[in-house]
Ligand binder design. Structure first.
Ligand SMILES: NC(=O)c1ccc[n+]([C@@H]2O[C@H](COP(=O)([O-])OP(=O)(O)OC[C@H]3O[C@@H](n4cnc5c(N)ncnc54)[C@H](O)[C@@H]3O)[C@@H](O)[C@H]2O)c1
Ligand SMILES: O[C@H]1[C@H](O)[C@@H](O)[C@H](O)[C@@H](O)[C@H]1O
Length: 339
């Protein structure tokens, strides 16, 4: 392996372009070797000013380009399965944005393909596991000082959703973060989902069921509620409060600048995930690069990606029917340890 890990980035939209910048300017030990996007102009724009990058519109051929040693997948979720299997076929380590594969059957095919290889190649982009506040909460809960966690109350608000966003995607794309965070924080699988839908906000696009209130049950009797509101119009807000037997702990109250002027004080609030989670993305990608250079794969694994998709799929059915919906999880291959 050369000194710098040569990374092919698939998809050069919001996330892909930001990861290209990160690999080029923030993370050590890696370089952008190639970028592929069916939209050639986007791919070219993402690598403007970076020398020696192969630009492709063929997302599979790019994996065979000279110098490609690892793959970062930032294409839309529906394209992830094909890209993951292509990377596995070449033995390339992968960092795949969430949702790993939105359809649980496709997600399971990815798990089974990796299990057949007998070694991990994929890290899934659940970046909250790399956020300092989430890590503090995880270590507090694991330490047991507050007793057994009983409930998580979560808030997830976006200023606006992209034009292609559907009512299902509030669960499959946005709440996939809370699904993973809850499994990880509590160390338990989520076993059933109920989704309530208030009258949609006047600020939501026509037909979009926004906001929604999602309630998860866990295997050892905890509850997790999530308010998801993707067109709130005022801020990017992500909060989580753990209520335990002898105390509670809350994260996400933006430790940002307070500006005092004109007789009032104003707290600056992030407007999007690229600001709120910038440190987490940096740590996530650095950790992936470090592991890949050492021939290892760490972080959220393909089973975590599959479990999130299976839970979200139950959530989509719960949204449709208005009923409590059990989660159907396939048996976990030995390659993957607990959440
Ligand atoms: N971790 C996070 O917080 C976070 C934030 C935003 C997006 N995401 C995820 O990142 C992924 C991309 O989201 P985005 O917001 O950048 O979307 P986007 O629409 O801005 O960009 C997607 C890009 O992929 C390209 N594309 C389409 N089909 C492709 C294919 N088969 N192969 C390669 N590229 C293809 C499109 O032309 C476009 O340029 C999604 O999985 C999304 O859920 C994660
Ligand atoms: O794809 C994005 C991304 O995952 C963000 O982190 C989340 O806040 C958005 O709701 C979602 O649409």
């Amino acid at each position: 392996m050369s000194d710098l890990l040569g990374v092919a980035v698939l998809g050069a939209g919001h996330m892909g372009a930001d990861h290209v910048r990160r690999l080029d300017r923030v993370v050590s030990g890696a370089r952008v070797a190639a970028v592929a996007d069916p939209d050639a102009e986007r791919a070219k724009a993402a690598v403007a000013g970076i020398d020696g990058v192969v630009v492709h519109t063929d997302v599979e051929a790019v994996l065979d380009a000279p110098g490609v040693e690892a793959v970062l997948i930032a294409s839309p979720g529906e394209a992830h399965e094909e890209a993951l299997l292509a990377a596995f076929a070449r033995g390339l380590p992968v960092l795949c944005e969430k949702p790993m594969v939105p359809d649980p059957a496709g997600a399971l095919r990815v798990v089974e393909a990796e299990a057949r290889l007998g070694r991990r190649l994929a890290q899934i982009g659940f970046m909250r596991r790399y956020d300092e506040e989430y890590r503090q909460l995880k270590s507090l809960l694991e330490g047991g000082r507050l007793g057994r966690p009983l409930m998580l109350h979560c808030v997830h608000r976006n200023v606006s959703s992209p034009p292609h966003f559907t009512s299902d995607m509030l669960v499959t794309s946005s709440v996939s973060h809370e699904i993973d965070a809850a499994r990880w924080l509590l160390g338990q699988e989520l076993t059933a989902v109920t989704v309530l839908r208030p009258r949609p906000s006047a600020g939501a696009p026509e037909g979009l069921l926004d906001p929604q209130l999602v309630l998860f049950e866990t295997e050892r009797g905890a509850l997790v509620d999530v308010e998801i509101f993707v067109n709130c119009g005022f801020a990017y807000e992500v909060r989580c409060e753990a209520v335990c037997e002898t105390g509670s702990a809350r994260i996400g109250d933006a430790r940002t600048m307070v500006v005092t002027a004109e007789g009032g004080a104003r707290r600056e609030v992030p407007q999007d995930y690229l600001v709120r989670f910038s440190d987490a993305y940096d740590r996530e990608v650095q950790s992936w690069v470090d592991a890949a250079r050492g021939g290892r794969v760490t972080g959220p694994h393909a089973w975590d990606g599959y479990a999130a998709s299976a839970v979200a799929d139950a959530g989509v059915r719960a949204l449709e029917t208005g009923s409590r919906t059990p989660v159907d999880l396939a048996p976990r291959p030995a390659l993957y340890t607990t959440p």
